[in-house]
Design a protein around this ligand. Structure first.
Ligand SMILES: Nc1ncnc2c1ncn2[C@@H]1O[C@H](COP(=O)(O)OP(=O)(O)OP(=O)(O)O)[C@@H](O)[C@H]1O
Ligand SMILES: [Mg+2]
Length: 247
């Protein structure tokens, strides 16, 4: 029997304001499990807030959010932490502990959050470091890593807990095009090889088109387009058409 996987993430009529500022207005979309969604939009349109809502770092004012079939908006912290374990988050600044080596940065969450043995932890850390091409750098301190290496280290940190869903906020920002393309490649590999659902916020349309199966375009708190690249290219909204087009 083929397992029914269904959507990995669902937003249903989600709204969020900060004070008088309406940041998201009645947002609804669903991401099929195992697909990659790229979130596009100009600065300040609610893209990072959308990822934070998914991680339940902030709560919506209205609407519901499902992560892997669980509705999360009314969960308490204990329930939320279980759902969070299914998600890896690549923060924009990589979020590494500066006083720990790269190896220790990856092993720490495994010691804290899993019952894996030292041998299993070593194996997993080695595998993920190999995946992102940093095996030779494992004894380095974060301060000695280049920008591109930091992004890859942040990605490794997000992947080491073997998430079902990977969230990445501007994973290739500030990188040259070749290094950015390498990061995109890793995201695609994670999806195809490990069936991870991937959600990426990006300003890089070239990268987005390499990675995304579907695209969500935000504009001033509204979701103005959602669909494949071809569908967004046909959007009635000029902003959506501009953001998806490579020029
Ligand atoms: N914790 C917060 N308190 C108050 N306002 C917030 C908070 N988080 C976000 N905002 C506001 O919500 C709006 C959307 O922010 P968000 O970070 O989602 O933008 P973004 O689309 O990710 O932009 P960028 O592309 O610049 O990263 C902004 O106006 C921001 O100032
Ligand atoms: Mg942002």
């Amino acid at each position: 029997m083929t397992p029914v996987s269904g959507p990995a993430v669902v937003f249903e009529n989600v709204s969020k304001a900060f004070g008088p500022k309406q940041v998201l207005r009645n947002i609804s979309f669903a991401i099929p499990a195992g697909e990659a969604l790229c979130i596009l939009g100009r600065s300040g349109t609610g893209k990072s807030v959308t990822l934070k809502l998914l991680m339940s770092l902030i709560k919506p004012d209205q609407g519901k959010i499902w992560v892997d079939h669980d509705e999360i908006t009314h969960m308490d912290e204990t329930q939320i932490s279980k759902v969070r374990r299914k998600m890896g988050f690549l923060f924009q600044d990589a979020a590494l502990f500066d006083s720990l080596t790269l190896y220790e940065n990856l092993a720490l969450p495994l010691h804290r959050l899993t019952t894996k043995s030292q041998v299993e932890i070593d194996g997993l850390v080695e595998r993920v470091l190999g995946q992102v091409g940093l095996q030779a750098d494992k004894q380095k301190m974060p301060a000695s890593l280049s920008g591109g290496m930091r992004k890859r280290a942040g990605l490794a940190r997000a992947l080491v807990l073997e998430p079902k869903i990977l969230l990445a906020d501007e994973p290739s920002s500030g990188l040259d095009r070749i290094t950015a393309a390498e990061i995109d490649e890793l995201l695609v590999l994670q999806k195809t090889e490990y069936k991870t659902t991937v959600i990426v916020v990006t300003h890089d349309v070239h990268g987005a088109r390499r990675v995304g199966d579907r695209f969500a375009v935000f504009d001033k708190g509204d979701l103005i387009a959602f669909g494949t690249a071809a569908e967004v290219e046909q959007s009635e909204h000029e902003t959506a058409r501009k953001l998806i087009s490579e020029y």
